[in-house]
Design a protein around this ligand. Sequence first.
Ligand code: GLN
Length: 231
Amino acid sequence: PGSKAQAKTYQIGTDVTYPPFEFANKSNKYVGIDIDIMQAIAKEEGFKVNVKPVGFNAAVQSVQSGQLDGIIAGMTITPERKDKFDFGTPYYKTGAVMAVKKGSDITSLKQLKGKKVALKTGTAAADYANSLKKKYGFKTVTFDDSDNMYQDVTTGNSVACFDDQPVLQYGIKHGLKLQIATKPANQGWYGFGVKKGTHKELVQKFNAGLKKIRANGTYDKIVGKYLGTTA
Ligand code: GLN
């Protein structure tokens, strides 16, 4: 009697490091556009989130197995994923690009013939690269996170990697020794995902909250905080 309903806590999976969308700051706290958006929405809608930086592919799998309630991880809404996930309102535009070591003379896919390319397991950019593998005759090596994939290119083990344009742009701006070599392909949008047919209320709350933070300027403020612009 007289007790208030407890705010529900949802377990939300995210990438280990995918700046500016999710990354550990200097005090080892997870921040970024995805994290801040999710927290702002939770506050608006009266729920709580427990952010679990388990890695992109692990978060995808954990949502499918029911160990996590949702995923926010710079996750592209793709037709294939729509068979397994329900997504909230798209919140950020993206596309896959190829990046090479800074100063590399590789400027096109054709130059990948016989070379090794680094990919990140389970990503839309990896799917895109794998769809080109036969045509352009390159080999691949896979990594679980973007940092290790980038490092394989900067150390010269691989000649290129594929990842999302906004993430590579941000990384390069902040000192990553890579350069973007191709135009964005397979363009799409990031979405908050839950296992298909589950957590209907969570998706509804996400959408309602997103609408509010878009209207009240919080969304632009968050994006501006990380990118110095509005999007
Ligand atoms: N946007 C890409 C995808 O959905 C990559 C996401 C990520 O690496 N965190 O597959």
